[in-house]
Ligand binder design. Structure first.
Ligand SMILES: [Zn+2]
Length: 58
């Protein structure tokens, strides 16, 4: 049985200051992706072993 680690935190864009609720999942799959803030600044990039979800924080 695999144990998946989930981490939640708030990330703030260092360009425009917008905040996002981030959930990071550590999982044994090869997910690849990136997340850009609405202003276009890249907040996260990943390649394998993790996946993320981003939701806007008010
Ligand atoms: Zn931004």
């Amino acid at each position: 049985m695999a144990t998946w680690d989930t981490t939640k935190y708030v990330q703030e864009c260092d360009k425009c200051g917008k905040k996002y609720n981030v959930t990071k999942y550590e999982q044994p799959v090869r997910e690849k992706g990136r997340f850009n803030c609405k202003c276009g600044n890249e907040l996260e990039r990943w390649n394998g072993g993790v996946d993320y979800t981003f939701t806007e924080a008010e």
